[in-house]
Design a protein around this ligand. Structure first.
Ligand code: MTE
Length: 335
């Protein structure tokens, strides 16, 4: 499917401040060190990682490396917003399977083995089955989408994802006329995921998320397999995660092992835990506060006490093109 560059979120390629430029203002030495470190990589990985100066070099798995060469870079850009440094995006995470603190996922997930990996597709589809990453990937065009990520906790980032259209993938497995929702599930691995083995965790694993089928088919929704020109770090949801940029970050479920097309609206993890605080829709909305804090503003990372970097939050995180999906819905009731 041809992706139209959406009006509200789009801009010319030159409008984005590449992270290499941004970083070079702050830390020329770090940039030089980063580039030197990429020198030992195989050809494809070296060429693309160098787009992002502070990104650690990693060997790409075969399925990823093969696709990277044909990537549509900056298929969606994010206006004149500055990209979040890779260090922040990969060390300030929510991934409760690996612990509750922001630094836990980077600390605890680094040795996690994500290959081989497969995704079970079931429910209301004409082509159910278990899809390997190779199966998932072969027909897909890899694109770079630079999206804002707004967490319900009122911090945000701007991240260059690498992924492919969720809608294209769903069309391939052919939802039946009965399919109304898409339910996603993360892997359960109590032995190797310290957050799942913890007796303090309140979450009833697996982590579950869901979308209405028309939301899932929206061209902005993607399945991401990489970021910053490289394969996804484990703490960001390797090997496959959802990214729905107009919704609070908790909808963007990580390390997906199951995608089910359903007739009924699935109950997502946070909604099950605290239904008065977290809903099914979770559209970014500055006019609907969380019961315990305002959603009118957000802290754009990196931020500190001296430089809090607080900016106004925008309805649908600024992705106005999704508004028609909700024209019939009371967004206060359906938070
Ligand atoms: N997916 C799983 N499986 N487990 C999680 O704990 N946390 C969510 C979402 N996806 C989470 C998850 C939340 S609350 C947010 S804000 C984003 O992941 C954070 O993504 P990031 O760590 O890549 O910034």
């Amino acid at each position: 499917m041809l992706i139209q560059i959406p009006p509200a979120s789009s801009s010319r390629e030159s409008d984005v401040t590449p992270e290499s430029v941004y970083l070079s203002r702050r830390s020329l030495l770090a940039v030089a060190g980063g580039l030197a470190a990429t020198a030992a990589l195989p050809r494809v990985a070296r060429a693309e990682v160098s787009r992002y100066a502070d990104v650690e070099s990693v060997a790409a798995p075969t399925w990823f490396g093969e696709k990277l060469a044909g990537t549509r870079w900056q298929a969606v850009t994010a206006g004149d917003e500055v990209l979040t440094p890779f260090e922040d995006a990969s060390h300030y995470n929510n991934f409760y399977e690996f612990g509750p603190d922001k630094g836990d996922p980077a600390r605890n997930a680094s040795q996690y083995k994500v290959e081989p990996w497969s995704v079970l597709v079931d429910g209301e589809v004409a082509k159910p089955g278990r899809y390997s990453l190779d199966d998932l990937f072969k027909p897909q065009q890899l694109e770079e989408r630079i999206y804002r990520l707004r967490c319900v906790e009122a911090w945000s980032m701007v991240i260059p994802w690498l992924g492919f259209s969720l809608g294209d993938f769903l069309s391939r497995v052919e939802p039946t006329g009965q399919a109304k929702f898409v339910r996603f599930e993360t892997i359960v691995d109590r032995e190797r995921m310290v957050g799942q083995s913890s007796s303090f965790s309140l979450i009833d694993w697996p982590y579950v998320e869901g979308l209405r089928l028309d939301e899932a088919m929206h061209p902005l929704a993607i399945l991401a397999v990489g970021m910053y020109g490289r394969v996804l770090p484990n703490q960001n949801g390797a090997p496959l995660r959802l990214v729905v940029p107009w919704k609070y970050g908790f909808k963007s479920i990580k390390s997906i092992v199951r995608i089910s097309l359903t007739r009924e609206q699935p109950k997502n993890t946070w909604q099950a835990l605290a239904p008065n605080e977290y809903g099914f829709y979770a559209n970014v909305n500055p006019a609907v506060d969380h019961p315990r804090w305002t959603q009118a503003h957000e802290r754009r990372l990196p931020s500190s006490l001296f430089s809090p970097n607080v900016i106004p939050t925008r309805l649908f995180n600024g992705y106005d093109e999704v508004a028609s999906l909700y024209s019939e819905l009371d967004l206060r009731k359906n938070y």
